[in-house]
Design a protein around this ligand. Structure first.
Ligand code: GLN
Length: 304
């Protein structure tokens, strides 16, 4: 498979089309990004790397980070985390409060905001310093010490995150947040503010694609069964109320973020990251969705 050729072709086609959608502006700092940015990186299981456009430019990965915090909590605590958060698709927007009332504060899954906050709470309770330990974890699996939080984006979200503040307090009222909500939210906003390029993302997510992946210290991140489960959650919940559509059109486990990034992977074959900041109505990158639909169609590589 000539991945570079396929990537270049799709990139050019989409680049020539109108760049539709809206850049996220509810986090004011995110609206400063240049909407014309467009990057793609693919990494195979043999660690061959292919890129196009702005694939080495760092951006705010936002909710893509939720997969990494979930993986760290799963690594530390194993299956006991599922007592605090479910594994069912929500069919609702990422910041919805609706189901929490009927579900008694147990979020449907760890990839919606409510579920990611419970995971943040778990990490705060079971690490020395969650903000620092999480960053070190991400740096280690990416083999890159140059990965950082964006303090300006974290503070911008903190100053305007009324809905997230409501969510965290609401879950606390059901007893499913152990720590002070302000502490949980501070970690949550930092966790979402991590900046990476498409190239960094494909390196970071190798541990979910390659069963033989080891960190530089020759350590496994998750076992095979745990990695399968995280991929299953990405498949069913990674795009919120557009998860069915993503499975239907693309057919890969993946995760989006409101910074315009999408990470998707084909187990044992490749990891792919796309970045284009303009989002569709569900909060997923418009060009990213288009790119991946075309990519799995042309390469005949959906998991279905
Ligand atoms: N930090 C963002 C929020 O909580 C993440 C949302 C996203 O990327 N879908 O609203």
């Amino acid at each position: 498979m000539n991945y570079q050729k396929v990537i270049n072709e799709i990139y050019q086609t989409i680049h020539n089309q109108e760049n539709i959608g809206q850049v996220a502006s509810y986090i004011p700092e995110l609206s400063k990004v240049d909407p014309s940015n467009f990057g793609v990186c693919l990494r195979t299981i043999k660690n061959e790397e292919f890129g196009a456009g702005d694939w080495q430019t760092k951006f705010s990965i936002q909710s893509i980070s939720k997969v990494l915090s979930l993986s760290l909590a799963y690594k530390i605590l194993g299956d006991s985390i599922w007592k605090r958060v479910g594994v069912e698709p929500s069919g609702n927007p990422f910041n919805s409060l609706i189901q929490l009332e009927t579900d008694n504060g147990i979020p449907r899954n760890p990839l919606i905001n409510a579920g990611a906050m419970v995971i943040c709470d778990i990490l705060i309770s079971h690490t020395e310093n969650a903000t620092n330990d999480f960053l070190q974890f991400v740096r280690k699996i990416c083999s890159n010490n140059n990965i950082n939080y964006s303090e300006s984006i974290a503070q911008s979200e903190k100053a305007t995150g009324y809905r997230n503040i409501a969510l965290c307090n609401f879950i606390k009222s059901f007893g499913n947040i152990e720590n002070d909500p302000a502490t949980v939210l501070d970690f949550y906003f930092h966790m979402c503010s991590i900046e990476m390029s498409c190239q960094d993302l494909t390196k970071t997510f190798m541990f979910l694609m390659d069963n033989n992946f080891r960190t530089p210290e020759n350590e496994r991140v998750l076992n095979t069964s745990q990695a399968k489960r995280i991929n299953a959650i990405m498949e069913t919940c990674g795009f919120y109320d557009e998860s069915g559509e993503f499975a239907f059109k693309v057919g890969l486990p993946g995760k989006s973020g409101v910074g315009g990034g999408i990470l998707a992977l084909h187990p044992n074959e490749y990891c792919i990251a796309i970045w284009s900041p303009k989002l569709n109505k569900k909060g997923n990158s418009s060009r990213g969705m288009k790119f991946l639909e075309s990519f799995t169609t042309k390469t005949n590589s959906s998991i279905f």
